[in-house]
Design a protein around this ligand. Structure first.
Ligand code: GLC
Length: 592
């Protein structure tokens, strides 16, 4: 039977029917494939536990081990290794895009990997994970929403659910079925480069918005992951184990009462909402690496909280335990890690695990428990029963409807830090000037985890800049001038208002750790240039966290926190000029 299926034929069959075709094509024993057609684990009318029991009972030790491997897609040079090693999950790390980076290429890439999994003996589908933390932002053309800190400022759970539902549609349209989100960390020290990935420092708000985010993913059969367990938001400055960072991948020293009162509740909330995976952070607590903490991973998370999904380690996270890779794997699995984000060497992982099982260093009970949790998550997410035709159409990606919701999220995330009764601005002022490093820069609006891991400075993605929004909002009689540096030709008459849009260049994770987050000298010069030619000055700050503006704020007439608004910068003009009222509140303290 030819393997080259027509488009509609490919989309018309369930995962299993494709698997049968693949099995017959690739396994001489038609009998084996035929026997599996009616296997209980393929029967969607049975309970998930019954299907898991049946499938687990058919699996070899090697196949169970394979399900525990999470591999970065570029490491799979020969896709037949997916069946050969029974790999259970793949990921695209930040920037792990196909070339070209188009929705169609994403879908073809993921489907190729799934077809390779269909050719495995039992045809267990892959989980394919991405960091869709503010839209499916790896994909060029996707709708880019405000990062989580801005959603914390909007403090609107229904909006977050709607945003996440759209994100899940744009994820599923590329064939991907897993997002490493929501981040449920409760941030304490805003010098941390991951502050913007959190909903803020209020534990209850983080819980509320994390549940809303998860419900949006679940509505589109995309599996979510709560990260980074546990207490990652409370790491101490200067404790990083990574020489390039200062606080990220560091240590938390708070007592257990504080850990349980502040950092555990968001995990409890998303577990109660049915989350299927929890990611362990690059963090230690009182000297013990989380990824090696049997107390927190098994006694607390699995036994006390009753978490029935699977625990996945972070990128190279298991290696933090020991330089002896096999000892590290044994320690992490026995502590309670079920899936290891390797992310590269699945061959060594497989042999180390096989040796550990054969030697008894890891028990068969632990192996079965890990495999069971992973399979249960796959069945619960619908991986075995989803027809590709059910995936949302690719043209939903970046659609006008989706961008309209992103614009609404931008509107609601704006926070007034200072106003001397000049906001909102009048649309028919006679003359305004606009300036600043972040006025006409979609990359700075979007921040990290956008197309590339560290984001992309400049206008490389579709969307509307803040400047675009201002130009479209003002009256056609209004004179508007723009200069990114604030240098304008000499004039006698000062502008009615100068709007200066400044802030941070993109960063992600520890690259963004900053001992004193503040405006750059370039931004301060731009503000000074605009101030002398304007009657009033409004500063808009595009940043992943509060910046220290105390030395200057008294000389400004109004200041707005815009956070990292994403691709729909027009949402800022909507509130700046009064079409929509300001409603944002601070998700973290901003010293003024
Ligand atoms: C990173 C991050 C984690 C992310 C993972 C996969 O190191 O810590 O948040 O989900 O790797 O990209």
């Amino acid at each position: 039977m030819s393997h080259s299926k027509t488009k509609n034929e490919r989309f018309g069959r369930s995962f299993f029917e494709d698997n049968l075709v693949a099995s017959v094509t690739h396994y001489p024993s038609f009998r084996n494939a035929a026997l599996l057609v009616n296997a209980p684990y393929r029967d969607a009318s049975l309970s998930i536990d019954a299907r898991v029991d049946d499938l687990l009972g058919r699996m070899t030790t090697k196949e169970k081990i394979g399900q525990m491997a999470l591999v970065e897609k570029n490491s799979v040079i020969d896709t037949s290794d997916i069946a050969r090693y029974g790999i259970g999950a793949l990921l695209s790390g930040g920037g792990g895009n196909p070339d070209p980076n188009t929705p169609e290429a994403w879908r073809e890439m993921v489907e190729n990997f799934q077809r390779a999994a269909q050719r495995s003996r039992l045809g267990i589908p892959l989980l394919y994970g991405v960091d869709a933390v503010h839209g499916n932002a790896n994909v060029l053309g996707a709708t880019i929403f405000p990062h989580a800190l801005g959603l914390g400022a909007a403090h609107n759970a229904d909006l977050v659910r709607r945003m996440s539902e759209i994100t899940a549609q744009e994820i599923a349209a590329t064939g991907v079925n897993w997002s490493f989100s929501p981040t449920v960390d409760v941030v304490d020290d805003v010098r941390w480069g991951r502050t913007y990935e959190t909903f803020g420092s209020d534990s209850a708000l983080v819980s509320n918005l994390s549940v809303a985010y998860l419900k949006g993913l679940q509505s589109q059969s995309v599996m979510g992951t709560a990260k980074h367990y546990l207490g990652t938001g409370a790491m101490a400055w200067g404790s990083s184990t990574n020489p390039s960072f200062r606080i990220d991948q560091g240590a938390t020293f708070i007592d257990e009462a504080a850990m349980r009162a502040i950092h555990l509740p968001p995990f409890v909330a998303v577990i109660d909402a049915g989350i299927q995976s929890v990611m362990v952070g690059h963090v230690s607590w009182n000297g013990v690496e989380l990824v090696a903490s049997h107390y927190l991973l098994t006694d607390v998370l699995k036994r006390e909280l009753g978490f029935e999904g699977f625990v996945v380690s972070d990128w190279n996270g298991v290696d933090e335990i020991s330089n002896d890779a096999s000892l590290a794997v044994v320690t992490a699995i026995n502590a309670g890690v079920d899936m290891v984000m390797l992310p590269f060497d699945y061959k060594t992982f497989t042999s180390d695990m096989k040796y550990a099982i054969d030697s008894g260093a890891i028990s068969h009970n632990r192996l079965n428990d890990a495999a069971r949790r992973i399979l249960r998550a796959k069945f619960s997410t619908g991986l075995f029963d989803t027809k590709l035709i059910d995936s949302p159409a690719i043209n939903t990606i970046g659609s006008a409807e989706h961008r309209a919701v992103a614009r609404e999220a931008v509107q609601q995330s704006m926070v007034i830090l200072k106003d001397t009764n000049i906001l909102p601005l009048n649309k028919n002022l006679s003359h305004i000037v606009v300036a600043g490093s972040s006025a006409n820069n979609l990359g700075r609006q979007s921040g990290g985890w956008t197309v590339e891991w560290q984001g992309i400075d400049g206008n490389w993605i579709p969307g509307t800049t803040i400047l675009d929004g201002i130009k479209n909002a003002i009256d056609e009689q209004t004179t508007i001038e723009y200069s990114d540096t604030g240098f304008f030709s000499p004039r006698n008459e000062r502008a009615d208002v100068g709007i200066v849009i400044v802030g941070e260049s993109p960063y992600a994770e520890g690259v963004g750790d900053n001992e004193h987050p503040e405006l750059s000298a370039e931004d301060l010069r731009t503000i000074a240039n605009v101030k002398v030619i304007s009657k009033k000055i409004v500063i808009i700050i595009v940043s992943g966290r509060p910046l220290d503006i105390r030395p200057y704020v008294d000389t400004w007439d109004a200041v707005i926190a815009a956070w990292l608004p994403g691709s729909e910068g027009a949402g800022i003009a909507d509130v700046l000029f009064g079409d929509v009222p300001f409603s944002g509140t601070l998700p973290v303290e901003w010293g003024m």
